[in-house]
Design a protein around this ligand. Structure first.
Ligand code: TZP
Ligand code: MG
Length: 220
């Protein structure tokens, strides 16, 4: 946990294997155990993204998740809900293009929270960076069943976005052990995944495999 008023800092390497949770977790026991297994397998950052929960249930879920991620010393980001992020002492909040504009949110949270933004074009990336985003999620790079209405971003576009901004970038959308190397070849800091880990029979092994495949093919 952090001192009030001071932004929790994250390392570039914290972005390497970023797990995003999904509403397919119906039972809380499964939710926490899948995440704990993935942390043992090398997940380096977690985003709570559960759109079906009430504010109250989301808060309780976030509180439990914050206890787990802090045990593993892993940054926790809350999708779209700065109030919940602040309430549980999370590291940051993640915004989509349809969420509250970054400057408005920044006025409220000051430097207490990291703000990540989802982008699909170079223009959106440059704007988010200019407005003070701490990192970007770029995608969807591949077809995904996890999110409807994604916009397609090619690896070449990802590379161009990476060249255009200085802040850390994670690729997202349909990333798995077979394509993670070519994503990392675009010289970005990491990948964000949902199903490749949460739907795996063994989330710990899935995380380990992703990490191996990603390291094999990068110069870092
Ligand atoms: N944003 C763009 S694609 C996506 C989100 C949240 C879903 C990624 O899920 P998966 O299962 O890793 O394709
Ligand atoms: Mg959102």
């Amino acid at each position: 946990t952090q001192k009030p008023g001071k932004k929790m800092t994250v390392d570039e390497k914290d972005y390497q294997l970023y797990l995003v949770t999904d509403e397919s977790f119906q039972k809380e026991e499964d939710f926490l155990s899948i995440i704990e297994e993935s942390l043992k397998g090398g997940v380096s950052m977690v985003q709570l993204r559960e759109k079906h929960l009430s504010s109250k249930d989301l808060y309780h879920r976030a509180e439990k998740l914050a206890a787990l991620t802090s045990t593993y010393n892993i940054p926790l980001i809350i999708n779209d809900r700065a109030d919940i992020a602040m309430a549980v002492g999370a590291h940051g909040v993640h915004l989509g293009q349809e969420d509250l504009p970054l400057p408005a949110l920044r006025r409220m949270v000051k430097e207490e929270l990291l703000i990540g933004v989802s982008v699909a074009t170079k223009e959106e990336a440059l704007q988010a960076e200019a407005e003070g985003a701490d990192y970007l999620g770029v995608g969807a790079l591949y077809p995904t069943e996890t999110k409807a209405n994604t916009r397609k971003v090619s690896l070449e576009q990802l590379y161009q976005i990476q060249k255009a901004v200085k802040i850390p970038i994670v690729g997202i959308g349909g990333i798995n052990e077979n394509n993670v190397a070519e994503v990392m070849d675009q010289e970005i800091q990491g990948v964000a995944v949902v199903s490749a880990i949460t739907k795996a029979k063994n989330p710990m092994e899935a995380a380990k495999k992703l990490k191996q495949r990603m390291i094999q093919n990068t110069s870092i």
